[in-house]
Every structure is written in structure tokens, then in C-alpha cells.
Write a protein that binds this ligand. Structure first.
Ligand code: AMP
Length: 607
């Protein structure tokens, strides 16, 4: 646990929204926070899209730019709040015309194009449920999530549809409509052009009554075993989106905000769309991929004032612009509008916090949350000291605890009761007291896994942390063995299943291997079926196969052949042991190891 701290030397140009942490925390209540939201006119409930769009469209912000979308080709599309209100109304009418209503699922498989934002917010207006998928997923994760979500509508492009959906369309019984963004619908049977439907639709739409407890968003996240889990979020989450953007991202009127996360993941949805629009600021959207020069240019040209990014991206920037200098690349751009930088998704190296201060003139504020929490829960705040390497302190309204762990590594429950560790510096599982508005309401169709995520009135996060004497939280690791790679949560089981579809593979054990830039990369240990050669050609074939099936964000980077994977007595591959052996770590408790099948030799060096 580092003791180094960063105190803000130059006063911020604007007064931070959270100026006195203890005072705000002591007087905070979610009920009071809820009064910052308008609610639907006539007391008809609470709808995220109304708070994010329509309330501004009928205010003096109507003409302000809501979205500034930078295309891959650097083209710029600006959308005002008033225009966004109209296009989202059109899309809501499109859904209504198609017979899609309250609670029906609309899935997006799109790049960060302007239409994505229309579809997301229009779906919420219609009180249908939006489920975003990452466009870099391969056909397997896409089909699995379309099935698990009971998707009735898919909005995608002709190219993505052809490459990732068309071959599996027949197995997707619930999927009634495929709407194509851009050209190409004519040549694709079973699809319709979105533009054609939008042209016919009215740009007036009255949002139907919406209960704060109505399902609004469905985000898939990965577990250690089993299929991906669909975390259900409701309209009431908007209260937490608003408050956390106010306190943890310090959004002020007039800000230009850029969240680099893709809306296919929860960060890109909560903070790339909902929270900043609720604050009525201008949201910068970049359709392009990471490129150091491009990113510095966007920060400068778009006059970004608040920037929310990820540790992997910062580490990539640090490689092009080391702290030792010279800072030629960032200095060739005017980053003078930048006021606040925050990061999320993986552990942020203390070095990156200090790098921000040296190279960009601002420290990076790490914060912590996850798909299930829906919004930022723990953060370093603008007005408070930063302890580099720490994720910070809980938001007002959020109560965090460190729970004692049992033998399985997870929080120990004795007759349903947990033990809260009060002593500073002790490692345990991070838990959050139930009751914040953006808490997921369960995993879709999976009561058992939902129940396992709670004990007493605590939500168990699956993360291991320590808390220091002053309340700063320090990330230690995961209590399970899901893999965080470049900010994406990857289920080792999902990767293993895809590999086992290849005729050469008898079994696979998948682990995360530490990587200086991506945090972890995915490595698979594969047992080959008889008759297959453990050579370079098979390895390349399997790497390419996994990439095609899973997509580049999820597929393994390395494959090693291992004819004797370690198993538990119940027959599961012992990933924990594979990882320990791979990294030369202590093997820990191996009493459940199935002796006959354990491998004795170190794993073969991989490609
Ligand atoms: P996801 O649900 O995909 O957003 O992933 C959430 C997980 O990412 C958390 O449970 C953590 O394991 C990790 N994570 C998120 N933010 C941080 C952070 N600031 N420091 C360390 N790990 C983080």
C-alpha cells in the first residue's frame, strides 16, 4: 500500500462539486438526490431518456450540442439536444410501428456511429430494453447474447450482420426484426433499412408512463463459469448516473466531455451516453480506434474539459510519451481546455497518475465500479488528495465494506452471515450495502447466480481490496479467475468452450497472463485429440479459429499444448493452478487436485 499522495498544487479553475467529502457524505441521501431529476411530466414516472434528452430539448439548452461525433474519416457530425429529441422520438415510433413495446429487447451491434445514440435513447423512450453488444465480438459471443437476451430487434450494419449474424439467424427464434444502419439492407434477406423506417416515422413521441423499477438496460458480463450473465438495470439508475457524474467526474455546465469507452460495455453506456447527457454537457464521440496522435488531437480540437478513459489507454499513451520526456507529441497540441481526468476498469498504476500530472498537467483520478453496480462506487475526487495506486473512497450514498474470506477465496458466510473486517490494511472481499439506485436487479433468467451475489444486505463484488486507516481503498485482485484484458472482462469458460468446438481440441484451460500494457492477456492451455500434431501449424490454426469465433477482444493471444491439464476431483480444469504454475507462484491448496491427471512438467513454452 503506497503512502505517496498527490495534493493539488494549482487551484482548479472551477469549484469542485464535491468540495468537502465528509460534509457532503454526512448529509447525503438518495431521496434528496432524486429531486435533481425532473421525472416524466404529469408525475408519470422516471425515464432515463427523458432526463438525458427531452428535459433539455424543452429548456434553454435545446440548441446546445449534445453529441459531437468524430467519424473514422475525421468528419464531424454535431447533434443538438433538440435534434436528438426528434431523432430519438422517430426511433421510438419506428419500434412502436414494428409492434415492439414495453420490456421488449432491442440489441445494438454497432460502432460508435451517430445512429447508435439515437437507437439507445429511442429504445428507452419506448420503454423497451436496450442491450448493447461490442461490435468487435465474433459470431459466437454475439449469437449467445442475442439468444440469452431474447432479442426481438437487432440494429446493426450490413457488414456486421453478414459477418457475425446471418449464418446463425435461423437459430435466433425470438429475433423478429433486423434493422440495417447505412446501405445494404436491399441485398440482405430478412433485414430492413433503418433510414427508410425513420423517414416514415413522426418526430413527436410521448414517453409512456415509466416506473423507476422498469427494466431499461441489459449488460452482459462474464463469470468464471457458465454462460455470460445479463445484468438487469432499471430506469431508477439515472439517479446514480447523475450524482456520480456530478461528484466523481466533476461535470459542470458547459463542459465538453469525452469518455473513450465503447457503449458496448457498461462504462460507455453509463458515462458515454446517459450521465453526461443528463448533465446537459457536450459529449464527444470518436468512432475511430486508439491512436496516440489522434487522441491528443481530439482532446485539443474538441476542447475536451473532462476526460474519462482507461488504464490500458493511458499505458499506451505513456509508451509513446514517457515521463522522462521529451513531450513533443502532447506539447504539439493545445490541451489547455482539459480540467479533469479520470480512469476506470482496471488497476491504474501509480506511475500513470503521476505521468498525467507531468505530461498532461493533471493527475489521473482512478475510480472503481463494475457492470453490476451500474455507476461509479469508489473514486478519487477533484477536491481531495489522490493516493496513487488507490481507487479512492466510496461515493456519498455508497457504503463499502471489506469482508472476511473463506477457503474458496470468496466472502465467508456462516449461516448466511458475513464478517465485516474493520481493521485497516486487512485484505478481504469488497462488498457494497444494498440500496443504491443503479444496483443491478438480478441476472436475467438466473436466480441462482443472482442469489449467490448477495449475503445479508451486502452485494458481493468478487474483488479483493484493502482499506487504509483513512478510508482509501486499494485493489488487490479478483476473488475469482475472470480475466481483465485491455479493460474487457473475459470469462475463461467462454473462451475454453469456443476452442473446444475445433476438432483438434479435447479440452482447454484458459487463464490471464500479466501484461505491461493490457493488464492481462488471454492464454489457453489445450489438450489435443489423438492424431493432431502439437506443432506451430496447429497452434496458428487454433489462434485464427478462436479469433474468428470470439473476435479479437476476447480470443487468446497465446496457446500452449498440454496433454495433462490439472483437474479437480470433480473433473474441472484447475485454472488457479495452471496460472500459478505458469507464473511461478505458490500452488496454494491443492487438496482437491485429481492426482492421476496432474501435470508434473512445467507447461510447454508458447508461441
Ligand atoms: P466490468 O464489469 O466489465 O466493468 O468489470 C468490473 C471489474 O473491473 C471490477 O470488478 C474490477 O475487477 C475491475 N475494475 C474496475 N475498476 C477498477 C479499478 N479502478 N481498479 C482495479 N480494478 C478495477
Amino acid at each position: 500500500m503506497r503512502r505517496e499522495t498527490i495534493r493539488k498544487t494549482s487551484p482548479p479553475c472551477v469549484q469542485p462539486n464535491l468540495d468537502d467529502y465528509e460534509k457532503v457524505r454526512a448529509s447525503f441521501s438518495w431521496a434528496k438526490a432524486r429531486t435533481a431529476l425532473l421525472g416524466l411530466p404529469g408525475g408519470r414516472g422516471l425515464n432515463i431518456a427523458y432526463e438525458a434528452v427531452d428535459r433539455h430539448a424543452t429548456s434553454d439548452r435545446a440548441g446546445a450540442v449534445a453529441l459531437r461525433c468524430v467519424g473514422r474519416d475525421d468528419s464531424l457530425t454535431c447533434v443538438t439536444y433538440e435534434e436528438l429529441a426528434r431523432t430519438t422520438a422517430r426511433f421510438a415510433n419506428v419500434l412502436r410501428t414494428l409492434g415492439i413495446g414495453h420490456g421488449d429487447r432491442v440489441v445494438t451491434l454497432l460502432s460508435r456511429c451517430p445512429e447508435l445514440y439515437t437507437v439507445v435513447l429511442g429504445t428507452l423512450k419506448n420503454t423497451s430494453v436496450l442491450c448493447p453488444l461490442f461490435s468487435a465480438f465474433g459470431p459466437d459471443p454475439v449469437a449467445q447474447r442475442l439468444t440469452l437476451s431474447d432479442a426481438q430487434v437487432l440494429v446493426t450494419t450490413a457488414d456486421l450482420y453478414r459477418r457475425k449474424v446471418a449464418a446463425q439467424r435461423e437459430s435466433l427464434a425470438a429475433l423478429r426484426h433486423v434493422l440495417i444502419v447505412g446501405d445494404g439492407a436491399d441485398a440482405l434477406p430478412g433485414t430492413v433499412s433503418l433510414a427508410a423506417l425513420m423517414a416514415e416515422a413522426s418526430d413527436r413521441f410521448t414517453i409512456p408512463p415509466t416506473s423507476p423499477h422498469d427494466m431499461a438496460l441489459l449488460h452482459f458480463t462474464s463469470g468464471t463459469t457458465g454462460t455470460p450473465k445479463g445484468a438487469v438495470h432499471v430506469h431508477e439508475a439515472a439517479v446514480a448516473h447523475y450524482v456520480t457524474a456530478l461528484y466523481a467526474l466533476d461535470l459542470h455546465e458547459g463542459d465538453v466531455f469525452w469518455c473513450t469507452a465503447d457503449p458496448g460495455w457498461v462504462t460507455g453506456m453509463s458515462y458515454g451516453i446517459v450521465a453526461p447527457l443528463m448533465h446537459g454537457v457536450t459529449v464527444v464521440v470518436d468512432e475511430g480506434d486508439y491512436d496516440a496522435r489522434r487522441w491528443y488531437r481530439i482532446l485539443a480540437e474538441q476542447r475536451v474539459s473532462v476526460w474519462y478513459t482507461a488504464p490500458t489507454a493511458l499505458r499506451m499513451l505513456m509508451r509513446t510519451t514517457p515521463r522522462s520526456g521529451p513531450y513533443d507529441l502532447p506539447r504539439s497540441f493545445d490541451l489547455g481546455a482539459l480540467r479533469f481526468i479520470a480512469s476506470v476498469g482496471e488497476p491504474l498504476n501509480p506511475e500513470a497518475v503521476v505521468w498525467g500530472k507531468d505530461v498532461l498537467g493533471l493527475p489521473v483520478h482512478d475510480n472503481w465500479w463494475q457492470t453490476e453496480t451500474g455507476a461509479i462506487m469508489i473514486a478519487n475526487f477533484a477536491a481531495c488528495e489522490i493516493r496513487p495506486g488507490s481507487m479512492g473512497r466510496p461515493l456519498p450514498g455508497v457504503e463499502a465494506a471489506v469482508l472476511q474470506r473463506g477457503e474458496d477465496g470468496r466472502a465467508m458466510t456462516t449461516e448466511g452471515r458475513v464478517t465485516v473486517l474493520e481493521e485497516p490494511g486487512v485484505e478481504g472481499e469488497l462488498a457494497l450495502r444494498v440500496g443504491w439506485p443503479s444496483m443491478f436487479r438480478g441476472y436475467l433468467h438466473d436466480e441462482a447466480r443472482t442469489a449467490a451475489a448477495f449475503a445479508e444486505d451486502w452485494y458481493l463484488t468478487g474483488d479483493l481490496v484493502r482499506r487504509d486507516a483513512e478510508g482509501w481503498h486499494w485493489f488487490v485482485g479478483r476473488a475469482d479467475d475472470v480475466i481483465k484484458s485491455a479493460g474487457h472482462l473475459i470469462g475463461p469458460f467462454e473462451v475454453g468452450c469456443a476452442l473446444m468446438e475445433h476438432p483438434a481440441v479435447a479440452e482447454a484451460g484458459v487463464i490471464g497472463r500479466p501484461d505491461p500494457v493490457a493488464g492481462n492477456t488471454v492464454k489457453a492451455f489445450v489438450t489435443l485429440r489423438p492424431g493432431f500434431d502439437a506443432g506451430m501449424q496447429t497452434r496458428q490454426e487454433l489462434l485464427a479459429f478462436a479469433r474468428r469465433r470470439l473476435g479479437p477482444a476476447v480470443a487468446p493471444r497465446e496457446i500452449a499444448f498440454e496433454q495433462h491439464l490439472p483437474h479437480t476431483r470433480s473433473g474441472k480444469v484447475m485454472r488457479r493452478l495452471l496460472r500459478a504454475r505458469e507464473l511461478g507462484l505458490p500452488e496454494g491448496d491443492i487438496s482437491t487436485l485429481e492426482k492421476d491427471l496432474s501435470f508434473r512438467d512445467p507447461p510447454e513454452a508458447s508461441a
